[in-house]
Write a protein that binds this ligand. Structure first.
Ligand SMILES: NC(=O)c1ccc[n+]([C@@H]2O[C@H](COP(=O)([O-])OP(=O)(O)OC[C@H]3O[C@@H](n4cnc5c(N)ncnc54)[C@H](O)[C@@H]3O)[C@@H](O)[C@H]2O)c1
Ligand SMILES: [Zn+2]
Length: 359
């Protein structure tokens, strides 16, 4: 049963996020005519005999998922597989999986017949708390991550925490990283609320997860509804991501997105501290109570040259220096575009030194 609904306003078309506490929504979708399902292979294998048992194999495409297949070649393969079902133009595509499944199938849905009806069921915590709204679809092109894409929201999103039970720890904590980011961005009270919820989140308590997830989506909604096409306020959601993307690239995606974002927030806070934008107390408070508490990956020794190179390539760069979104005292967000690479080198060198000492 759907226990709650959130409406997201979009320039393209308003859409609904449903919070579910059983799998009836899937049985209902499975009986709809002219519907094709694309499901992440891992999710299908783990849930085909339980949550997904109502989905008939004769309208199913199982998709192997990894960052390397998030490209135009996979999109073309999916066009072929969909057309093999001889669908009518008014078909509905239902995709079930994490952010990669969302990005590929969203692109397919936005381009096939210039846009078909698309329903997304996120199965990772990251996709549930963050990527499922905002309407972005992205593909990698050659070595450029998320270079190609469209704005195309699903018509419906269904959030069902049951899927999260089978996530690997690092993938689960990738979502916890994005959850932390949104709570921190929304101020001191929400940061404390997140800290108070950490134990329940760790124990996969569904009530807490649904509450925190709904709150994350409400926070993100306030940014994307004001600036859906990411030309102003929405940029602030890149807190932790300027370093985070560079860390992902420089480690060849060995670190999951949300965990790289946690490291990115730690580094952005260190720059804010150096620039007297954030007090030492605040930096330490966020590090000890939130960021260090949710890091589950081994912290790498950063390849400083590669990180600087990746930050220079960041498509959000518009100024003379590097772009960085930072949190300031009072939990205000700010973005600078003139960050000196020398300052980044110093912070990364110090971070590497402390990291080696911890080993
Ligand atoms: N479009 C957007 O707005 C947006 C926003 C953020 C991130 N992204 C993209 O999302 C991608 C990362 O997505 P993600 O972290 O959600 O994960 P993912 O789609 O990369 O999945 C991570 C792993 O978990 C597996 N998996 C998925 N659901 C599972 C489940 N319930 N149980 C067990 N295993 C499961 C997948 O098969 C995969 O191996 C990146 O490519 C990133 O660029 C897009
Ligand atoms: Zn992110």
């Amino acid at each position: 049963m759907c226990i709650e609904k959130l409406v997201i306003k979009s320039n393209i078309r308003n859409y609904d996020v449903f919070f579910e506490n059983d799998s009836n929504f899937l049985s209902n979708l499975a009986t709809k005519e002219n519907t094709i399902f694309i499901i992440d292979e891992n999710v299908w294998n783990l849930h085909k005999n339980s949550v997904l048992s109502s989905i008939s194999p004769d309208r199913l495409i199982i998709q192997h998922v990894c960052e390397e297949i998030k490209n135009l070649a996979t999109v073309c393969e999916l066009y072929d597989k969909i057309m093999a079902f001889s669908p009518r133009k008014n078909l509905t595509l239902v995709s079930i999986g994490g952010g990669i499944t969302q990005d590929i199938t969203g692109f397919v849905a936005s381009s096939l017949y210039r846009g078909i009806n698309w329903i997304f069921i996120p199965t990772t915590l990251l996709a549930q708390v963050d990527s499922c709204i905002g309407a972005k679809t992205s593909l990698n092109y050659k070595n450029y991550k998320n270079l190609v894409g469209t704005f195309y929201p699903p018509s419906q999103v269904h959030i069902y925490p049951e899927f999260l039970k089978t996530l690997r720890k690092e993938d689960y904590y990738s979502g916890v990283g994005e959850m932390a980011k949104l709570h921190i961005m929304n101020g001191e009270k929400d940061t404390q609320k997140f800290i108070d919820s950490l134990k329940a989140i760790d124990e996969l308590n569904f009530d807490t997860l649904l509450n925190r997830t709904r709150h994350c989506l409400e926070i993100k909604k306030s940014y994307i509804e004001d600036d859906e096409f990411d030309i102003g306020k929405r940029n602030m959601l890149n807190y932790g991501h300027c370093f985070g993307h560079a860390i992902e690239t420089s480690t060849n995606f060995a670190i999951s997105h949300g965990q790289a974002v946690v490291l990115g927030m730690i580094l952005a806070n260190k720059i804010a501290l150096r620039q007297n934008l954030m007090s030492k107390d605040m930096e330490e408070y966020l590090y000890s109570n939130v960021l260090d508490a949710i890091l589950v990956v081994d912290i790498p020794i950063f390849n400083i040259e590669k990180i600087i190179e990746a930050m220079k390539q960041d498509k959000k760069n518009t100024g003379n220096g590097l772009a960085l979104v930072m949190l300031e005292n009072g939990y205000q967000m700010t973005k600078i575009t003139n960050l000196n690479p020398g300052e980044v080198v110093e912070v990364l060198e110090e971070f590497n030194k402390n990291n080696i000492n911890r080993m």
